[in-house]
Design a protein around this ligand. Structure first.
Ligand code: GRF
Length: 193
């Protein structure tokens, strides 16, 4: 059977894209990346995609499309590329999920949902809020995407300690190390379903 094809949606740095590209090329994940979709021009994620010779599409960088039209075009592109799964990896635009894509779009969030999720909780803001609240643990969550931010069924979570001398950057780095393990693990679990 030919390997499952995945699409990776990015907006920025693309460290997860890099990780998935390495793992798929090394044969450590039983899938191939059929499309990298970015909603921004000139981001590092696109450079990484080029380095791995992956098919890319930049969609609506000027933000001319509304949420529905953007989403329709994005999923049309995914279907044209014959991808069966979508991974949101640092993707910062809201999507209207087509009904038939429910259960096939995954996201990673840098906290233990349902805490510190939802609108406005992205990037360093998440870690700042965790530190501000005095949490002793944080972590990451991979979940299926539904129509609400950071809300769908959870696939994998990894906890990390919050240390007394942590700042946003040290905590973000520790959480990200856990993310690099959690996201491939979640994808494997999804593909084996
Ligand atoms: C991670 O913190 C992840 O939890 C969030 O975006 C960040 C990764 O971005 N969703 P990238 O893969 O480096 O672009």
């Amino acid at each position: 059977m030919s390997p499952s094809r995945i699409a990776v949606f990015v907006s920025g740095t693309g460290r997860h894209l890099d990780n998935f590209a390495r793992l798929t090329q090394a044969g450590e994940l039983d899938c191939e990346i059929g499309l990298v979709l970015s909603n921004r021009i000139g981001v590092k994620a696109l450079e990484r995609a080029a380095r791995f010779e992956l098919e890319t599409l930049v969609l609506d960088p000027e933000r001319e499309l509304d949420e529905d039209s953007f989403s329709r075009r994005a999923f049309e592109a995914v279907e044209t590329a014959r991808c069966q799964t979508v991974l949101l990896a640092g993707f910062l635009r809201r999507l209207a999920l087509p009904e038939h894509w429910r259960g096939r779009v995954l996201n990673i969030h840098p906290a233990l949902l349902p805490s510190f999720g939802g609108k406005g909780f992205y990037g360093d803001r998440v870690h700042a809020a965790v530190l501000e609240r005095g949490c002793r643990v944080s972590g990451c969550t991979v979940h299926y995407v539904d129509e609400q931010y950071d809300h769908g069924p959870i696939l994998v979570q990894k906890a990390v300690d919050v240390r007394p001398d942590d700042d946003v950057h040290s905590l973000a780095a520790r959480v990200f190390e856990a993310e690099l393990v959690a996201y491939p693990e979640a994808l494997r679990a999804h593909l084996e379903k």
